[in-house]
Design a protein. Structure first.
Length: 393
């Protein structure tokens, strides 16, 4: 089997997402996606990656990963664009491998460690993550960002009625943006704590609450926030700091009893290892289409397990990233959650794939189709807002 064509697809409707399709001479097509700087990713894939992959056996996944990473990402400091592109390609190659043997990917990673994967709902709306960036959202169907800012207790009750027992919100973001992350006053702390308190008053401890920080804070203010949250049984605080300073994350971890999660901002096992060696976090978050694909994410999960830590999978990205995380979480004995954005799954994911995941009682069921478990809808490639670029053998 040989790779005969590599396609990239980006849509004006979701401008940060890039889909990658790898075609073979046996008619199999594997698909992955990744997020942010789609035009630059497109340029790397066709200018550097495709010439190295065309004509090669797509099932030699580790060989291709190593060739691309060693010769581009690691050698020339390309730990952004290059690694995200490698990640999407890697997912597509795993998709082909699974299809070629008639098995879902998680079965090729050692089989299932669990029968289903717990989820939490990241409370954004259908357009969350698209420009312009919004902190408070707008009213409308599935606009969870607006609802948790205005009626957090009602959103918590609604999610519980669906069987979802964990939710992630970011009530300190606008303060961090305004203050450049340097300070937070007592009044601002109360402002950020208000939705947390309302959730606890409304539904008690039945809802687990995760607090996202989006890297907006510096260490002193992050410590104040973490300590203020200690009375509210918070599941974790996530990325209060940017992940380039592992020592600062370790200092935050030492200063609070709230579990610290880090970090979707890290890429490859080489960046996760210092975090683990410093014992700087309680939970490890990874995004399979940012950190190196299924190949590298599986290794990071095993690395975290060797330090006795759980992992959780990130997805505010696209349907193939979501499914890649599900396969990884099914296989990893130390996986705790798959992140979901219900607003995505019920809106624009449906516009690009025929099916993504099956959710029952707050859990995703194992995919049953071979490979990743879905594909791009044919009409996506002919949409008026689609830009399709191909490299062929």
């Amino acid at each position: 089997m040989k790779i005969t064509r590599i396609e990239t697809v980006r849509l004006a409707d979701t401008p940060y997402v890039l889909y990658v399709r790898v075609h073979t001479d046996e008619g199999l097509v594997g698909t992955g996606d990744t997020f942010m700087m789609a035009e630059a990713l497109e340029g790397y894939i066709h200018g550097r990656a495709a010439p190295k992959l065309l004509g090669k056996d797509p099932t030699h996944i580790q060989r291709h990963w190593t060739a691309l990473y060693d010769n581009d990402a690691a050698r020339f400091g390309g730990l952004g664009i290059e690694v995200r592109a490698i990640s999407a390609i890697d997912v597509a190659l795993w998709d082909i491998l699974g299809q070629s043997v008639g098995r879902p990917i998680y079965q090729l990673l050692g089989g299932a460690s669990r029968d289903r994967v717990p989820i939490y709902n990241t409370c954004g709306g259908p357009a969350y993550g698209r420009p312009p960036y919004e902190v408070h959202g707008r009213p409308g169907p599935l606009e969870d960002l607006h609802t948790w800012n205005t009626r957090p207790e009602d959103l918590a009750a609604e999610l519980l009625a669906e069987g979802v027992t964990a939710m992630k919100i970011w009530p300190f973001d606008d303060i961090g943006i305004a203050n450049q992350g340097l300070t937070i006053s007592a009044a601002e702390l109360e402002q950020g704590l208000a939705p947390v308190r309302r959730i606890r008053d409304g539904v008690g401890s039945r809802m687990k609450i995760m607090i996202e920080g989006h890297g907006f804070w510096r260490l002193p203010a992050a410590i104040k926030i973490a300590r203020a949250l200690e009375d509210y049984d918070i599941e974790w605080i996530e990325d209060m700091l940017l992940a380039h300073d592992i020592g600062a994350i370790a200092d935050l971890h030492a200063a609070t009893t709230v579990p610290v999660l880090a970090s979707e901002y890290l890429v490859t096992r080489h960046q996760y290892l210092p975090l683990l060696e410093r014992h700087a976090a309680d939970i490890i978050m990874l995004d399979p289409t940012w950190t190196g694909g299924i190949t590298e994410s599986h290794k990071i999960g095993a690395l975290a397990d060797s330090f006795g830590l759980p992992v959780t999978m990130h997805d505010c990205t696209g349907p193939f990233t979501l499914l890649a995380g599900v396969h990884l979480a099914l296989a990893a004995p130390n996986a705790t959650y798959q992140e979901t954005v219900r607003a995505y799954i019920r809106t624009w994911y449906r516009d690009v794939v025929p099916h993504s995941v099956v959710i029952e009682d707050g859990h995703i069921l194992p995919p049953t189709e071979p490979g990743i478990g879905t594909s791009l809808l044919p009409d996506v490639l002919t949409r008026a807002d689609a830009t399709v670029v191909s490299s062929e053998l």
